[in-house]
Design a protein around this ligand. Structure first.
Ligand SMILES: [Zn+2]
Length: 150
């Protein structure tokens, strides 16, 4: 595990990442680095209120919350705080499951796959119900005509 990182503010993240360099793209609200365990996997941490928060103190960066690479074989878990890498310790299976479920839920909401719960609107009946009602009315009218015609 690396003990410290340097950072680079970029617009586009380069294709070849240097180990120990955390690339920060403010225009794309994305931070990318190679897994700090040394396994070489690319770690993408989007900057969003429901994902990661970047702090820059003029010299070094911090990323919150911790970075848990539970989908990588290494399963490394660390915190980047003021340019230093703090090992966050291995995660238990249940922590991994919770983390994954939490991630999936947030991502699903963000991509619009799951609408955040909101009260059901009852102002207008759905189109199908309106059609049935219209048919009923016609039916009634037809019955009147039948009566008049005798
Ligand atoms: Zn790794």
């Amino acid at each position: 595990m690396m003990k410290s990182i340097t950072h680079e503010f970029v617009e586009f993240v380069p294709a070849d990442l240097v180990e120990g360099v955390v690339y920060v793209s403010i225009p794309y609200s994305t931070v990318v680095h190679k897994c700090l365990c040394g396994c070489g996997m690319k770690v993408v941490t989007p900057l969003r209120p429901d994902k990661w928060t970047l702090t820059y103190n003029g010299e070094a960066i911090s990323l919150d919350p911790s970075i848990g690479n539970w989908s990588f074989p290494c399963r490394s878990h660390y915190i980047i705080r003021k340019g230093r890498v703090l090992e966050a310790g291995p995660m238990s299976q249940s922590q991994v499951r919770r983390g994954r479920a939490h991630d999936a839920a947030l991502t699903a909401v963000y991509h619009g796959e799951v609408a955040p719960s909101r009260p059901v609107e009852r102002a207008a009946p759905p189109p199908v119900a309106r059609k049935i009602e219209a048919k009923k009315k016609r039916g009634l009218w037809a019955t009147f005509i039948d009566i008049f015609r005798g």
